[in-house]
Design a protein around this ligand. Sequence first.
Ligand code: SF4
Length: 419
Amino acid sequence: MAESKHSWREDELSLQEVIKKYPDVSPFVILKTDVQRRGVDFTQRAIDAVDPDRDAVVYRGIYSEKNDRIPNGLILRDGTTILADRVVPSSGFNGGRDPYLIDIADGKAVLTDEGKVIEEVGYWPKPDYFDKVTSSGKPMWQVLVARPQRMDINLYQNCDFWKDIGMGCKFCPIAATYSKTKNIKREHLDYQDVAEAVAEALKQPGRFRMIQLCSGSLLGGKELLDDEIDQYITMLKLLEKNFSHKKVMTQLISTAHNERQLRRLHEETILTGYTADIEVLNEEIFNWICPGKAKYIGYQEWKRRLYQAAEIFGPGAVNTGIVSGVELVKPNGFRSEEEALEKGLAEAEELARHGVGVAQTVYRVAEGSYFQKQKAASLDYLTAFAKGLDTLQRRYRQEAYFDDYRTCGNHPNTDLARI
Ligand code: SF4
């Protein structure tokens, strides 16, 4: 008798079923969510059709490194952007699902699934500065990352939590990425190289609307995280020379700082947006998944620091990122999606009451992370979570300036803020 092959598709609602179930959620955002959790692969003819002079294909950041012909990101017809890593189905690191496949149909790049065309797709455009070189001889794409309308500075390319054995966040590939590439890149970027790349990027008319800074945690200093604060203040002071305003559209994604450190950031720099990612909206599961954050700061203290940041930076300027779906990982995550949804949204509402928004990053299983053999959450759950967060954002009148579909474009719930 032939062995029956059970597919993950039989256990959960399909893309079309989820779109039907949530008629008030944009189908483009639902598709983006599905592509993010499953990843993408490319046919050879799709790769051959990529134009490295037109499309952004080279990348050096904290979570990945590439110099090939695979596009850095996707854009859908309504302007929704997708950060989706290439997943080779046979790799064993596919989160229990098959990736979408990008192919060519009628001369256009298309997202396909099981041989059917799902949607047309475009790629992030290559910015003008990518081919330029700093005065020290560094190719600028290696010191400054570009999304369609945002530049990203990853100053510290490693994370100190990983240097304390067993303390790295279990979903995170930063240490694996760093150790794979440490022969070709430095642990800390050179401030001057970055400043020159930003000055060059700003020359491209209409391209960039925000500068974001994000790195691994840097724990040292006189007081915990003082080195991290000094690092960001040094960089922001160099950047302020490009502007005549006291405050500039900038966002920091960092470890949660104490009140003195937050005040320094606010008073001494051009910074306007502050984010400290709590990753998981439940104390017990946070302690398991983010042991370093739990050990050095703690869940309740992390929240308290976010509330202080909201008071210092003001309305609409502070939020926290979550890795949506990782709270269901076995064996210590929530037992059911219903429980995860109810408890997660209750926690998000408490944050919202204190002026702190939530930015939902879709959990995709990452090669090189401690959880690399785990399973991603269902599309139904992730869509319900995005809708729940969007409802809270509207109820508490929260803005998503720093994370909207044009500026960041990585979060289903803040993508919905534009509709
Ligand atoms: S703090 Fe956690 S998620 Fe952030 S870089 Fe370090 S290990 Fe990764």
